[in-house]
Write a protein that binds this ligand. Structure first.
Ligand code: CMC
Length: 428
């Protein structure tokens, strides 16, 4: 028999069903609460609210566990390719060799973006932030594929949209980069692998031969896998809620890119490097910056530290920290920022303020150092996060539709004026 919780309210007892997930995560199902009691629940920032049932990603913030479709992130980051993980996240199972080959082939057939999209780039100011351009470009794709706007189209058509997005995002990301340095766009070269093709479009030049560096390809592969999904975070929830109105996939993903841009979410990777640079330029007094982060009257926060869900450690940060040492070592780069980041981590982790609040380095603390080492400019870091997160957003969006979730529409507790009468302008 399923478990029942009891709620006592104004002398009445109500039964609330208890739901358990496959990892025994427990939830109170309050979907009938308002109808039965007239009450709603209030949970600012959704800190205790489950918005959906999901079979994509499991994470346990206390134990530092992250699994995609049941597979531990450590194993995937070490052994899998990003497209393999993309397939896993989208379709629920690891692909066989034949399935992966077919998927890679399919993706390589859709890498070109419509030639007219090149013209959009002419209109952006030279200093336009890459995330603003990326969000607009992804949303613009819906205008080139108007059939994607039909919520009742057959499954094949959905799959084509999904493949188009996965194939074209690296092309768009590379175009955003080329535009920022005012270099000519490079058309995709489809005999290259997915990541190598992105590298070619980003760092290749029409006049030169380009040989993708395997150290960089492998670092990118790992970083993209680590970002591929993270259950109901701010951007994934945004994608789901936009999609719940039956807005098309391109529009929903574009909204996810915008949500990711903020410095409290994916934009933290850019903010971390800027913070480390500022600390260095300021003379490197770590105690001073730690004191600033602890001061409630100072808006400064230690960027790359803390997480809504992880309260012990972020397993992605552990993998990235190690990868950081490996990559810099293999590329022969000595980056003083890495030493500074390690020292800052050590000081913070020995400070009761951070320990008591469970604030540890998150995925963004060390990722920027690798991105910089492999030649990605600071303002492009969050674009790389979006590139990695794309399969997760798509899978979350599709799962929401397949589960028949209703339109997302929270309620509120109104705190404004009670009814009052309009006063004509001449009497005010
Ligand atoms: N520096 C200083 N204090 C912090 C920090 C920080 N980075 N993060 C949280 N706190 C404090 C916060 O002031 C609060 O203190 P108190 O209890 O005294 O009021 C306490 O810790 C709990 O913080 P919160 O803001 O209630 O926690 P949250 O779950 O709402 O926020 C967070 C999570 C990630 C937004 C926050 O930790 C933060 O702003 N971190 C810095 C930005 C960052 O690195 N974001 C990337 C997150 S990981 C990538 C991704 O988005 O997936």
């Amino acid at each position: 028999m399923s478990e029942i919780a009891k709620l006592e309210l104004e002398g009445q007892t109500y039964e609330i069903p208890v739901i358990a997930g496959t990892e025994n995560e427990k939830a109170l199902d309050i979907s009938k609460l308002r109808g039965q009691t007239g009450y709603i629940t209030l949970d600012r920032g959704f800190k205790n609210t489950g918005s959906c049932m999901s079979a994509i990603t499991f994470l346990d913030g206390e134990k530092g566990i992250l699994r995609y479709r049941g597979y531990p992130i450590e194993q995937l980051a070490e052994q899998a390719s990003f497209l393999e993980v993309t397939y896993l996240i989208l379709y629920g199972e690891l692909p066989t060799k034949a399935q992966l080959a077919e998927f890679e082939e399919d993706i390589s057939q859709h890498t070109l973006v419509h030639e007219d999209m090149k013209r959009f780039f002419e209109a952006y100011p030279a200093k336009a932030h890459p995330m603003g351009i990326l969000a607009s470009m992804i949303c613009s794709m819906s205008t080139f594929y108007p059939e994607s706007q039909d919520p009742n189209r057959p499954e094949d058509a959905f799959q084509l949209t999904i493949k188009r997005l996965i194939a074209k995002l690296p092309t768009l990301a590379a175009m955003v980069y080329k535009n920022s340095v005012r270099h000519p766009f490079m058309y995709p070269k489809n005999d290259l692998g997915y990541i190598e093709n992105f590298m070619y479009m980003t760092w290749g030049m029409p006049t030169e031969e380009f040989e993708p560096d395997p150290v960089i390809a492998s670092a990118l592969n790992k970083l993209l896998i680590l970002h591929a999904d993270h259950e109901q975070n701010c951007s994934a929830s945004t994608v789901r809620i936009v999609g719940s109105s039956q807005a098309n996939l391109y529009a929903s993903i574009s909204a996810g890119v915008s949500a990711l841009w903020g410095p409290l979410h994916g934009g933290a990777n850019q903010a971390v490097i800027e913070m480390l640079e500022a600390i260095r330029e300021d003379g490197g007094d770590l105690d001073k910056w730690i004191a600033k982060a602890k001061d409630k009257n100072d808006p400064f926060r230690l960027m790359g530290f803390g997480h809504r869900v992880y309260k012990n450690f972020d397993p992605r940060a552990t993998i990235i920290k190690k990868a950081c040492d490996d990559v810099l070592d293999k590329l022969g780069i000595d980056d003083p920022t890495l030493d500074l980041a390690k020292k800052l981590e050590e000081v913070a982790l020995n400070d009761p303020y951070f320990v008591e609040r469970g604030l540890y380095p998150n995925v963004d603390f060390y990722s920027g150092i690798i991105y910089r080492a492999i030649g990605i400019p600071t303002e492009m870091f969050t674009v790389m996060f979006a590139f990695g997160r794309l399969p997760g957003w798509i899978a979350q969006w599709k799962e929401m539709l397949d589960n028949g979730d209703p339109i997302g529409r929270p309620r509120q507790v109104y705190t404004g004026e009670n009814e009052r009468q309009y006063v004509p302008l001449e009497n005010r």
